[in-house]
Design a protein around this ligand. Structure first.
Ligand code: MRU
Length: 357
């Protein structure tokens, strides 16, 4: 694998030892302000996840792993650290329902603690080590997916993405944007079209910001333009991330992704999903079973402080949708590319990634 690509910002990290804190970019302020915040308690972490100060499935997972440390580190000599960890997991898991990386990370830390044979201080130290291992693992996973995905991109291609599945959605260089960063570093000329992603504008505020900072040619589109731009022959392939993939290969991602996939299928444009195995939910067999988050109506009627709809209008605000596996050209994971995903191929990838089914 080639050397890591250094980006000029760090989405989130653990600072210091067991008495340290999480430092993260306050993503709600982008692109106007690049501010770091410090998170020191579980309620602060739940709030940061819910407000989308930290967002994107893998980054939420890393944050939740650190959240487990925040939850157990204050345990006194008479406290049951494992019970505290279970309680912390329940609290963190309720922060947002759709991105399975959150529950995957809290589960991984808890399972690890259950194997540690030691006293409270050993358990706390093990908790921090495991959370940092999740952070390190995410960075390595992004690099692996970037290499595999970049192999699909040829010089001069135009790529379309939806929402933000970049460095700001992970601890590394992203999922859907990782092939773009890698291809760019390999000297391939690429152009990226970024859907703005209503209502919270992760594409406009975050994807456009991070690609611009990396010196990658990026053009902003409103969500309704994707089909038009494909019809004009301007898109060679689509790369998106995912919040949860089910065993049959259905892909849940930011609302609007399904429409992009339908348009891509209509125009014969390859539709690639880039996601680590921590995004694959081995417990669910179909996308129909994925809990879809609904966000407050105000994010649609008066997002960013200006009212854009009449008072009292009814609003429906699902934050994610599900693209059926039949529309997915491939899922790029850290253990390989799953072409035309189905249950057998997804389960095979999970087994290769060490997940027992
Ligand atoms: O609501 P968000 O901003 O957390 O939604 C993020 C997305 O939908 C991303 O595409 C997904 O999490 C993949 S991130 C690598």
């Amino acid at each position: 694998m080639s050397a890591p690509i250094e980006l000029p910002f760090e989405t989130l990290s653990w600072q210091g030892g067991l008495d340290g804190h999480v430092r993260m970019i306050e993503q709600t302020l982008l692109p106007l302000e690049e501010k770091q915040i410090e998170v020191r308690t579980v309620p602060e972490m739940v709030d940061a996840i819910w407000r989308l100060a930290v967002r994107g499935a893998p980054a939420i997972g890393v944050a939740a792993g650190f959240g487990m440390v925040l939850g157990v580190r204050g345990a006194g000599p008479d406290d049951d650290v494992l019970e505290l960890a279970r309680e912390t997991k329940r609290t963190l898991d309720a922060a947002r329902p759709t991105a399975v990386n959150l529950m995957w990370a809290t589960d991984r830390v808890l399972r690890h603690l259950e194997t540690v044979d030691g006293d409270g201080s050993e358990l706390k130290a093990a908790c921090l080590r495991e959370a940092i291992a999740i952070y390190d693992g995410d960075r390595a996973t992004c690099r692996a997916m970037g290499e595999l995905g970049a192999g699909l991109i040829t010089d001069g291609e135009s790529l379309l993405t939806h929402c933000n599945a970049g460095a700001l959605a992970t601890a590394g260089m992203g999922t859907a944007l990782a092939p773009m960063y890698t291809a760019h570093a390999q000297g391939k000329r690429i152009a990226v079209f970024a859907d703005e992603t209503r209502p919270l504008l992760q594409g406009a505020r975050i994807t456009a910001w991070e690609l611009q900072r990396a010196g990658i040619d990026v053009t902003l589109l409103t969500d309704g333009m994707a089909a038009r731009v494909m019809d004009e022959g301007k898109i060679d392939r689509v790369f998106v991330g995912s919040d949860r993939i089910t065993r049959n290969g259905d892909v849940c991602n930011k609302i609007g992704t399904f429409q992009v996939a339908l348009a891509a299928s209509h125009f014969g444009v390859p539709f690639h999903v880039v996601a680590p195995l921590s995004t694959v939910d081995p417990h669910l067999h179909s996308g129909r079973d994925i809990p879809i988050e609904e966000r407050p109506a105000e994010e649609i009627t008066e997002g960013f402080g200006r009212r854009t709809a009449p008072q009292g209008v009814k609003v429906y605000a699902p934050a994610f949708d599900v693209t059926p596996a039949s529309l997915v050209t491939s899922i790029i994971t850290e253990v390989g590319i799953i072409e035309r995903p189905d249950t057998e191929k997804v389960e095979d990838a999970l087994r290769r990634g060490g997940v027992s089914l």
